[in-house]
Design a protein around this ligand. Structure first.
Ligand code: SAM
Ligand code: SF4
Ligand code: SF4
Length: 337
């Protein structure tokens, strides 16, 4: 049934991903390559970044439009000072059923306990390899595998549910698929393999660098047989599989070879307060000016609703028929995946 607030493809608004900062302590090649995001890169000045009060107000407005799930991301969200206080405010919003965060993990030993206490129950930690050399090559040489694994352990010890995201890029870390699966099966954390995506304009994406969902499945299945698990809800981003002969499951996020736009219920807000209706959008809808003017919640709500109702995005379903596309797209580090 079509709802008044659904978009042009009858998709409701259910998830909001909030980037709290555009800076990062890593320089992952597929996200913020050092040669572009160098010393003199013009990151946002503080006054252009939404305050926690503004983020909370916007979240309340989005929740009134149907959002039930929030995800905090970045840049690296844990570079934002006192993030726990934002988490605490968001947990107080009536109608929010789930709050999660995506992080590179290295600050978790410092902050995990406070985040958990503030109400954060779930965290996704990104890790692309267990081999320090390959990890550094992919992530800009800024940290170590051990630092991320310590972060994962700290989050688990603090009582959070931890999932791991691994971006798989051919020729960089495809040999890590099985060791990663094995390690996190033993650790009892769900590992999700993410197909390398053509987000932004800077990562030099080519289709032949993508390791497809089918290839990932095949690789793991040869060592540890898998079987599909039905989705828990419509619009689940990862396709799930469980091990046949042991505990545990994995997920595959196949935005390139098996797109899931038809059930995409996600909106994104950049650190400077623009609304994006697709990860691959080239245009955002500025909300910060509205927040900082005399506009009421109802006026902002009506604007967001109008934008969502007009939404036609289905980039991933169209990607392979638009390989020559030269659109200027928002960078991943601005809207956080
Ligand atoms: N800094 C945090 C982190 O890395 O977890 C949060 C922001 S990061 C942009 C969010 C997620 O996007 C990470 O899991 C990262 O691996 C993923 N990502 C970034 N660029 C990507 C790309 N080109 N293809 C697929 N995933 C990507
Ligand atoms: Fe930073 Fe995350 Fe992007 Fe890596 S993927 S550069 S950790 S924002
Ligand atoms: Fe959603 Fe855009 Fe990704 Fe499709 S390409 S699943 S519409 S964010």
């Amino acid at each position: 049934m079509t709802n008044r607030s659904d978009d042009q493809w009858n998709r409701p608004l259910r998830d909001l991903r909030i980037s709290v900062i555009d800076r990062c302590n890593f320089r992952c090649r597929y996200c913020m390559p050092e040669e572009i995001f160098g010393h003199d890169y013009p990151f946002l000045p503080k006054e252009r970044i939404l305050t926690f009060e503004e983020i909370t107000r916007l979240s309340r407005i989005f929740v009134s439009l149907g959002v039930t799930k929030l995800r905090i991301t970045g840049g690296e969200p844990l570079l934002r000072k006192d993030l726990s206080s934002l988490i605490h405010s968001l947990t107080q919003l009536e109608g929010v059923e789930d709050i999660a965060m995506t992080t590179n993990g290295v600050f978790l030993p410092k902050y995990a306990a406070a985040l958990r206490e503030a109400g954060l129950a779930r965290v996704t930690v990104s890790l692309d390899s267990l081999d320090d050399e390959r990890f550094r090559r992919m992530n800009g040489g800024k940290s170590s595998v051990k630092a991320v694994l310590d972060g994962i352990d700290a989050a688990a010890q603090a009582g959070m549910q931890v999932k791991i995201n691994m971006v798989v890029q051919k020729g960089f870390n495809d040999q890590d698929i099985v060791p990663m699966a094995d390690y996190f099966q033993k650790k009892k954390h769900i590992l999700r393999f993410v197909e390398f995506m053509d987000v932004g304009n800077t990562n030099g994406w080519k289709l032949d660098q993508v390791v497809s969902k089918q290839q990932i499945l095949h690789t793991i299945h040869e060592h540890m047989p898998l079987e599909p698990v039905p989705p828990q809800y419509t619009g689940e981003v990862a396709t799930r599989y469980r091990y046949r002969d042991r505990e545990g499951e994995i997920g595959i996020i196949s935005s390139v070879t098996d797109a899931f736009c038809s059930t995409c219920t996600r909106a994104r807000i950049s650190a400077e307060g623009s609304l994006y209706t697709c990860l691959f959008a080239s245009q955002g809808y500025e909300l910060r000016t509205m927040l900082r003017s005399e506009q009421s919640d109802d006026e902002i709500r009506a604007y967001v609703e109008r934008v969502w109702r007009g939404r036609t995005d289905r980039y991933s379903e169209e990607r392979l028929t638009h390989t020559q596309r030269t659109l200027s797209k928002i960078e991943m580090s601005h809207i956080g995946g």
